[in-house]
Design a protein around this ligand. Structure first.
Ligand SMILES: *Cc1c(COP(=O)(O)O)cnc(C)c1O
Length: 365
């Protein structure tokens, strides 16, 4: 066997050994008196060692690249990332003793950049968030490295039938619940990879479960879903870290999504603060986006006279956003006045009041 092939074998062993030492993430019930008879669970992806659901993606992308023969001993690994993916990939790169460069928008929180460095990675900042892809390609070319390209490969690098993907884990953990097959799975799109895995898995397992995608305000996914146009672009980045994209990523698979809603940033942030209070700890803003999606799915079930369960995600922890989403000065400088919205979300979640405002949505009638 040649030496690169031997190196690949050892690298796969190291990643599998890391997985063997790891535990699964918790599934936490969140009672919502405002949607009686409907049970919501939150899959706590913030409890991964590198702090987000991107742990699963990073492992899959490294295994995919290794088994494709795309990684070489000593050659840099490069990624375009708003932060969370890069943190998890830096972890795996260090495990394999490979240099890691993350190409991130300059607006990325300093906590995330510090985390990338903590795991031995290097952050390469670009001013224009839409340029992270081209810059990653250039760096890979010039360094003889490999660009992992999460936005293209997320959906295909994940083993959607099994191999402890997030969907399989959720269904295992629900086995002894009153409603073990959820009526809805709710997630928000960054790469779109998690939604692709959820949607494929419920078809493969022949469940009736529907998948709701809760998009961010400054993002093309919702409009692309409604119009079918995959060519839509924006020239600015999302306000919710981790989700919402300025272009329709290749890993976004609309065919397996049953319903979509577009959540204003202020409502996502208010829901995040409400969740932090309910859970007694901080979570990231996309978890708030997901909660709004879950409340809408729950209200849709109530209107139809259905009972059952729903599962959504806590995507990352709020510790990363201490100087932004959880900083009162930052929030007011951005023009946010969240308290009335937080109160409205509480009234909705706990007393069944409607959510404030009409959100653009499809598939929830
Ligand atoms: C990546 C990400 C998501 C969305 O997951 P995808 O599988 O990439 O669509 C949600 N929240 C956070 C914080 C993320 O980093």
């Amino acid at each position: 066997m040649n030496t690169t092939r031997q190196w690949v074998r050892e690298a796969v062993r190291i990643i599998e050994a890391d997985f063997q030492r790891s535990a699964d993430t918790h599934l936490i019930p969140l009672p919502l008196a405002g949607v009686p008879g409907i049970e919501l669970y939150l899959k706590d992806e913030s409890s991964h060692p590198t702090g987000s659901l991107k742990r699963r993606l990073a492992r899959s992308l490294f295994l995919y690249a290794l088994c494709n023969g795309w990684l070489k001993p000593g050659a840099p690994v490069i990624e375009a990332s708003s932060g969370s993916t890069a943190i998890s990939e830096a972890y795996f790169a260090r495990l394999l003793n490979l240099p890691f460069i993350a190409v991130v928008p300059a607006s990325t929180s300093p906590e995330k950049i510090a985390q990338i460095a903590f795991y031995g990675g290097q952050a390469h900042l670009v001013q224009d968030p839409t340029q992270i892809y081209a810059e990653s390609e250039r760096l890979a070319r010039e360094t003889g490295g490999h660009y992992l390209d999460q936005f293209t490969y997320a959906e295909r690098a994940t083993d959607w039938r099994a191999n402890n993907n997030i969907a399989e884990s959720i269904f295992q953990q629900l086995r002894f619940e009153r409603h073990p097959v959820p009526a809805w799975l709710i997630s928000s799109p960054g790469t779109g990879g998690t939604l692709a895995t959820l949607g494929r898995y419920v078809r493969y397992r022949q469940h009736d479960t529907r998948v709701l995608c809760a998009d961010a305000e400054r993002s093309v996914f919702f409009d692309s879903y409604v119009s079918g146009d995959r060519g839509l672009t924006l020239d600015y980045g999302s306000g919710i870290e981790g989700i919402g994209r300025p272009r329709v990523e290749a890993s976004f698979v609309p065919e397996v999504i049953d319903a979509m809603v577009k959540v204003p940033d202020a409502l996502s942030l208010a829901a995040m603060h409400y969740l932090a209070r309910r859970l007694g700890r901080r979570v990231g803003a996309s978890s708030g986006t997901n909660l709004i999606g879950a409340i809408l799915a729950g209200r849709c079930m109530l209107r139809r006279g259905e009972r059952g369960s729903m599962v959504s995600l806590l995507c990352d922890s709020g510790e990363r956003y201490a100087t932004s989403y959880y900083d009162a000065g930052w929030l007011s400088a951005q023009g946010y006045a969240l308290q009335p919205l937080i109160d409205a979300i509480e009234a909705c979640a706990e007393h069944g009041a409607p959510l404030p405002g009409e959100l653009p949505q499809v598939g929830l009638d």
